[in-house]
Design a protein around this ligand. Structure first.
Ligand code: SF4
Ligand code: SF4
Length: 91
């Protein structure tokens, strides 16, 4: 079944922290031809706008994939502060 990202994110609730829990060093991204982050993030938080990588931490599912899959080490990942971040809805 093909579920759109908006519907997938509807299965979670997120308490957005005003502090970014993920930082992307975009100066490194400029030298990255693969831009694999456009594909590996399950929440599609990485986008390409006018040739530049943008990262939107709101809506992040905290899977950590970007920390380990950005082969250039451009992603600084940490979890949000206590009380913030993603909550998964069960049942
Ligand atoms: S894969 Fe890493 S270095 Fe390449 S564009 Fe994405 S975040 Fe930047
Ligand atoms: S932690 Fe996961 S969901 Fe969040 S930005 Fe990184 S790859 Fe995307």
């Amino acid at each position: 079944m093909n579920i759109r990202i908006e519907e997938r994110l509807g299965l979670v609730s997120i308490e957005v922290d005003k502090e970014r829990h993920i930082k992307v060093e975009t100066s490194i991204c400029g030298e990255c031809d693969e831009k694999s982050c456009l594909h590996f993030c399950p929440a599609h938080r990485f986008t390409l706008e006018e040739g530049k990588i943008k990262h939107d931490y709101e809506g992040c599912l905290e899977c950590g994939t970007c920390k380990f899959s950005c082969h250039r080490g451009a992603v600084d990942f940490s979890y949000p502060r206590g009380g913030y971040g993603v909550y998964y809805k069960y049942g």
